[in-house]
Design a protein around this ligand. Sequence first.
Ligand code: ITT
Length: 193
Amino acid sequence: GRLVAATHNKGKVSELKDLFEPLGFDVVSAIELDLPEPEETEATFAGNAILKARAAAEATGAPALSDDSGLAVTALGGAPGIYSARWAGEPRDFGKAMEKVQRELDEIGATDRSAKFVCALAVVWPDGHAEVYEGEVHGELTWPPRGDKGFGYDPVFVAKGETITFGEMDPDRKHAMSHRANAVAKLKAALLA
Ligand code: ITT
């Protein structure tokens, strides 16, 4: 059936299409549908994910899938976290956002460069029922940024056991190990149960 990807982020739309079309869903994005972008007023990834999916489900009458995600840096107390997109300013500049992370780590002389990506995927059905699944991937931050694949903070993130950044990695390989892939696996298990 039809599934609205309740996101305005082109990187996420492309990853969600790659992940859900093989399951037989006809994925159409909030960008294609020209849906308004709701303000993210919740304090958690899961809260914001449900808020975004609910807005799209209500606007379209179709089931909606949203993704709220971000980078949580251990030495920064989990920042930027739910503010990961907002650290890139308006219009979004992730070069600046990555520099801000690096500057803040320098300022506190951090030796711990561990970080994780977190992804909360929410599905809201036309009857209003909501489900949310979270996935994570742990790794280390590198500097300077490397690679032009992926999006967002990918060029500074090296997943545990890897030597290249997500920005240097083939999309298929990222999709097999990412926070989004881990959340998708939980969602798939629930949908197919
Ligand atoms: P929507 O709310 O419309 O979905 P957004 O970009 O504003 O788009 P978020 O509020 O969830 O989405 O912000 C998440 C940010 O975290 C995103 O803009 C990226 O910079 C970063 N991020 C999330 N997943 C990522 C990934 O797989 N690789 C790199 N950065 C990622």
